[in-house]
Write a protein that binds this ligand. Structure first.
Ligand SMILES: Cc1cc2nc3c(=O)[nH]c(=O)nc-3n(C[C@H](O)[C@H](O)[C@H](O)COP(=O)(O)OP(=O)(O)OC[C@H]3O[C@@H](n4cnc5c(N)ncnc54)[C@H](O)[C@@H]3O)c2cc1C
Length: 419
């Protein structure tokens, strides 16, 4: 007899989105098992923007926001590469407008909190089980099973491929491999402890000058790089996290390398960084001169896929719709996927209705997440669209004012034929 009390769910990937999916489904009483290829020994230290729509989802899933030790982003202050002052956006109305502030957190703190919510004894539903060092190598969408590197096979009522931009599950859902094209965009990324800035009064503007918020340092839009005819897109984004004790720096730029022939993520020296920004004002170079453990990241976006679902298997997060970080919405879109799926697959769902529910999931999520991915690319590359997200109240309202839980409940009622 079919078990309708709780489903057996497999999540492939224990990144931010994989854990979020586990939380969302355990809260509905489902039994969740997560398989993760890594051992979590070297987690990525970096900051992450949590805009209001993302924070709304975290709260809906029962996140204890205090555990994230967040810093509120009250404004974006733009500055010229020569030290000149630019515009300042005011984010102080976000709480009134969207019911949530815009926060900035450390990724490791967020990952730990989602892990606690997924695996911990507290919270609703049965705790999920996590297997580390467990690479999934294939998925049979016909019988809803996965095979691990050691040959072990596991079957489930629902499989979620939350295995990131280089997803394994994606090709089994689509029935073909799809290339993730180079984006001509990359970013130097590192963290600096705020105490390291203290001996340098010329850096007081980063943490000591009100209002608190992100600082954005741009090369002149009209400038052309010496090495090519490309527009100079170099932009340094700086913000605090972990209660302001850590400063996150991301220096995005046009990547003139052949991106297919270099690593997606590689360490670089401080000297390389300083040389890259050698024409910047000395006060910015002072900050770059304090950088340690700098990595150069290629940034790529997943092109629109023909589908995200196949029978009882679905894609979620970066596996389905990785975007460039231009809108700070990559994780937010994956988190919205997780909240939506929890609403559409509630307690008591029978496994035979999962394929129909996954189609509803795709209908609800695909257009919105692919819009964000496309905008993240265009607002990085098209001069006329640069900064549009922050300039356009309509766009901000669409992205940050969205309530995925309400939308998913509306879709669920349609599915069940209720008003
Ligand atoms: C520079 C940069 C800045 C960003 N800033 C922001 C921001 O400010 N705000 C925001 O919302 N988003 C931001 N993002 C995007 C955000 O980081 C991603 O969208 C998010 O982390 C994706 O999470 P994920 O769980 O889908 O994928 P991942 O984090 O890639 O996790 C996938 C997991 O699956 C595992 N895995 C992969 N293959 C297998 C397999 N075969 N078997 C088992 N496990 C497997 C991996 O080891 C990994 O742990 C940024 C991205 C970049 C690159």
């Amino acid at each position: 007899m079919e078990n309708v009390s709780s489903l057996n769910v497999i999540v492939v990937g224990a990144g931010l989105v994989g854990f979020a999916a586990a939380v969302s489904l355990r809260r509905q009483g489902h039994r969740v098992t997560i398989y993760e290829t890594s051992s979590f020994k070297s987690e990525l230290g970096a900051g992450l923007a949590i805009p209001p729509n993302t924070l709304r989802c975290l709260r809906d899933l029962g996140c204890n926001v205090a555990n994230l030790d967040p810093v509120e982003n009250l404004c974006f202050t733009s500055m010229g590469y020569d030290g000149s002052q630019g515009m300042q956006s005011d984010n102080t109305d976000y709480e009134a407008r969207y019911g949530m502030p815009w926060l900035m957190v450390h990724r490791v703190d967020l990952h730990n909190e989602l892990k606690r919510m997924a695996l911990g004894d507290g919270g609703e539903g049965p705790p999920a089980t996590l297997y580390l060092n467990s690479r999934v190598i294939s998925c049979d969408v016909g019988v809803c099973s996965i095979t691990m590197e050691d040959g072990t096979m596991r079957a489930a009522d629902l499989i979620i491929g939350a295995d990131g931009i280089r997803s394994t599950i994606r090709s089994f859902v689509l029935g073909e491999e799809i290339p993730i094209p180079p984006s001509r965009t990359a970013g130097f990324r590192w963290l600096t402890h705020a105490v390291a800035l203290e001996p340098h009064p010329e850096l007081d503007w980063i943490v000591k000058t009100a209002p608190r918020g992100a600082r954005v340092i741009s090369a002149p839009v009209s400038a052309v790089t010496a090495a090519s005819n490309a527009i100079d897109h170099r932009t340094i984004i700086i913000y605090g996290c972990r209660g302001g004790s850590v400063i996150n720096v991301l220096a995005v730029h046009e990547d003139l390398r052949d991106q297919d022939s270099v690593a997606w993520n590689a360490p670089v020296t401080r000297e390389t960084l300083l040389e890259f920004f050698s024409d910047y004002h000395p006060r910015f170079k002072r900050l770059l001169g304090l950088a340690d453990d700098v990595h150069l990241w290629q940034m790529r976006a997943v092109p629109p896929l023909k589908t995200w679902v196949n029978n009882n298997v679905c894609l979620m997060g970066d596996a389905a719709h990785a975007s460039l970080p231009t809108l700070g919405q990559g994780f937010g879109m994956g988190l919205e996927d997780a909240v939506a799926l929890g609403v559409l697959i509630p307690r008591g769902t029978s496994s035979s209705t999962v394929p129909t529910r996954l189609i509803a999931y795709e209908t609800l999520r695909k257009q919105r997440a692919e819009f964000v991915a496309a905008e993240s690319f265009e607002q990085q590359h098209l001069p006329a669209k640069r900064g549009l997200y922050l300039r356009s109240i309509q766009m901000r309202d669409e992205v940050m004012g969205y309530n995925v839980k309400d939308e998913a409940q509306r879709v669920l009622c349609q599915l069940l034929g209720r008003k």
